[in-house]
Design a binder for this molecule. Structure first.
Ligand code: ATP
Length: 302
């Protein structure tokens, strides 16, 4: 288990991470979220031992993170960090050996992963000849070749098409099943929703929202009702108690309500309309919660 306790980091006068604490258990996928400059990369670099913290402690399975346990960590950085003149095979062997693996084991694992990610044919090709998405796959392979205990994924899906996002997700879910603790950062909230049980949202290095995703949604209380009907009286809907907004999309109307208690009143109004084919109550999206919580912190300048 990874434990980050009261960690603070300054760059000169700039406070990049402010008294941050969180835990990632074995087999858990944890989201570290925040706008640009919120302190995510700084946190990742401190966890991996690339950067010193000013105060606080970081432990993996009870031990401080130092060179003796970095072999157990996999880190997919946001920026590319590949040696582009090497072939895919040479690059992965290089990383695997740095992580203390034997060449024979690296090659066995490499063949499996190349196949899983549909890039077997690139094994002997130079990295600079690969497309951006395929380079991202090679970087992902280097991060997981050692079957890490802790895997850090900084924007893992950048540059990937939806089919390849699914491929990555399958491999990540499999690692989770095997017990890897995974920390994941992304600006794409739908990816975070698909993946993370727990999360922390940073604003200027400080945690402003943290906990279990289901509980965060429950505590937020607001809901969205998706309605499809031949003819909806939008003006009347807007006047229903608890309705915060009504959004007309191409194929449906979304009624935003203050809490679950307002569902019946909206239903009573909708059922008076013609040709209703859909009435679905959903939690607010993580994107909405993020925009509201982070937006307020920004307006108040903390
Ligand atoms: P992004 O989503 O844009 O990658 P981030 O959440 O990863 O952002 P960090 O890169 O950790 O944010 O930056 C946190 C803060 O620390 C920012 O104010 C940034 O300007 C500052 N910072 C980061 N690296 C340095 C550095 N080497 N020297 C000085 N300040 C830095």
């Amino acid at each position: 288990m990874l434990k980050v306790e009261h960690v603070t980091k300054y760059y000169g006068d700039v406070l990049a991470v402010d008294d941050l604490s969180f835990e990632v258990k074995k087999g858990e996928i944890f989201g570290l979220l925040g706008v640009n400059g919120a302190g995510k990369t700084t946190t990742f670099r401190m966890i991996t031992g690339l950067l010193d913290k000013n105060s606080g402690t970081i432990t993996l399975d009870g031990k401080p993170i130092d060179y003796s346990i970095t072999d157990k960590i996999g880190f997919l950085t946001e920026e590319r960090s590949l040696l582009t003149k090497l072939t895919v095979k040479e690059q992965v062997i290089y990383y695997g050996i740095l992580k203390g693996m034997k060449e024979k084991d690296i090659l066995e694992k490499l063949d499996i992963l190349l196949k899983r990610l549909h890039i077997e044919e690139y094994k002997e090709r130079k990295i600079k000849e690969l497309s951006k998405g395929n380079q991202q796959k090679v970087q992902f392979i280097t991060a997981i070749i050692n079957e890490p205990t802790l895997l850090i994924l900084d924007e893992p899906f950048s540059g990937l098409d939806p089919i390849n996002v699914e491929l990555f997700m399958d491999v990540i879910r499999e690692l989770k099943e095997k017990g890897t603790s995974i920390i994941f950062s992304s600006h794409r909230m739908e990816h975070v929703e698909m993946f993370c049980e727990k999360l922390v949202v940073l604003v200027r290095g400080k945690s402003v929202l943290a906990g279990n995703l289901k509980q965060i949604k429950k505590d937020y209380r607001k809901k969205n009702i998706h309605v499809e009907a031949e003819k909806l009286d939008i003006t009347k809907l807007k006047q229903v108690k608890g309705v915060l907004d009504v959004i007309q999309n191409e194929n449906e109307v979304i009624v935003k309500i203050a809490s679950e208690e307002n569902v019946n009143d909206v239903f009573d109004c909708v059922k008076t309309c013609k040709g209703v084919t859909k009435f679905v109550v959903e939690d607010a999206t993580l994107n909405e919660i993020f925009l509201e919580k982070v937006g307020v912190m920004y307006e108040n300048k903390m």
